[in-house]
Structures are given as C-alpha cells and as structure tokens.
Design a protein around this ligand. Sequence first.
Ligand SMILES: [Zn+2]
Length: 293
Amino acid sequence: MTQPLYDITPARQARTFAGKVSVRVIRAGWFRPDAGGFFGVVPKPLWSRLVETDDRGRLHCRLNLLLVEAGGKRIVVETGTGVRMTDKDRDIKGIEGGDPAVALRTVGVDPASIDFVVVSHLHYDHAGGMVDADGRPNFPRARYVVQRDEAEAAHGDELRLQGIMEVEQLDLVRAAGQLAEVQGEVELVEGVRVLPTGGHTRGSQAVLLGTAAAGQAGSRAIFWGDLIPTRWQIPVRWTSAYDDYPIQAVEMRNELVSRAAAEGWWCYFTHDPGALPIQIEATERGFRVKEDA
Ligand SMILES: [Zn+2]
C-alpha cells in the first residue's frame, strides 16, 4: 500500500494533552538517511533486526512536522528539507516532497495562520524549509524559535559544522525580522515549552507538550527532535554518527526517557515512519516501546 506524500494523522481528531494542547502529525514527505550513519556505533546485526535498507544502504524515513494548537495559537514544529537543495543532493538523500507549506495546504492549513515555528536544530532536514524557493519565510506571520546556542554554533568556525548547518535559511529569517532566539527552557504558550537538550547538536531542543498541573500519567507528550529520531533509537546508548556530542546525548536521552517512561509521556518522533504517538516502558533489559498503548 502506498502512503500519501503529504498527510495528516490522525485525519480528523487531534490528540489532546493537559491544558487543552492539541497535537497532530503532518507528514511532509520522505528522506533516506544512510543507515550506517544513522545508527552510528551500533553494529548492523543489531539494528538490522528492526529495520530494512534499500539497495543503496539507506533507511526509508519520514519528515514529520507537528501541528500544535494551544492557548489560541498555532505552532508548527520543524520545517522539513524545503525545496532549495540541488537535484543531486535530493537524489543522494532520497528526498521526496519536503515542502512544509505545501504539506500544510494539502491538509487544509494556511501557513499564514501559524504563530510560532519551532526548529529543533539547524540540520537540512529540520531547518531547510524555513524559507521558500525565493528565500521568503514559508510562514509569513510566524516567529521562528531557535536556541541561541544553535544559531551561534551555525555561525561559528568549527570545521565539523562547515556546510551542514542551514546558515543561509537562518539569516533570511533573521533579516525578515522573524527570528526568535531563545536561551534555555521557554514556554511559548501555556502547555508548550521548548527544552534544550544539546547532544545531537550544541543547541538542539525538544518540545514538551501539555501542562504539568494535571500530573496524571499520559497527560503530557514530547517531541524529541533528533535526540531520538525514531522509535528504533529508544535504547538510550544507540548514538548516531550525526550526534556531535555523543556523551551528552546518551546522558540526556537516559534522563528524559526515564521521565517519559515514569510519567507516561506520549512520544512523537521526527523521522519515524510508523503510527504516532507511542509510549515507552522501562524493563529489566532497558527501555522499549510499550505495546497496545
Ligand atoms: Zn534529522
């Protein structure tokens, strides 16, 4: 069965978390990361039990955005790859679609109705869609929320980061007066907060959804960014070759996954091709996806 390139799940009804925070997943296309890079230090005999690769050794992953509605505001999390890459790059990375504005319109949402855009970090598959083909912000009214550490790293002189951060996109958004650089944990509207995690990149951030007040299991959710890109990386020591700060990534994953399991947080993953959200449980052999959640 072929799945549509652009889609929204669940189709009609959103999932709602404490504080009337409603969340839907917008499927904004596909991309095919190199499996060896994606699983980093994890031996193939382990990860290949979970997932198959194509004839070029790549995984078939989604570009998932979130559409969040809370406190009368609309928030999009992530922007996909956008459309400014070369055809050669799109072919190597196996990108299909990737245009966040087209994805939103396809599911009946006007990009001009978005108040905030949260960008987890500045890699191409998350920040590439900040602007359109002509360099104009894809979300004309929105403030784009990026951690200051991330913006500074993108403009820094570390050799490893040269050419892999979307500096041009960032600067176009800044020039349009729409960049909101934040530092640390910030609540955008009640029940929607960005949470710096580092690990994957210096200024990576996750998004915590739902107010804490209720305190009931399952009343909150988390969007992991690339700290945990799919359910396959729930074993917290499974560090990707794209994690710039692997020790920090493992520690932070362990801390947050422990909380997610203990408090029943629902989990949304940016590159997971399966049905979302899921919950995590702690077992004697480590963390795993909770079945029939
Ligand atoms: Zn990614």
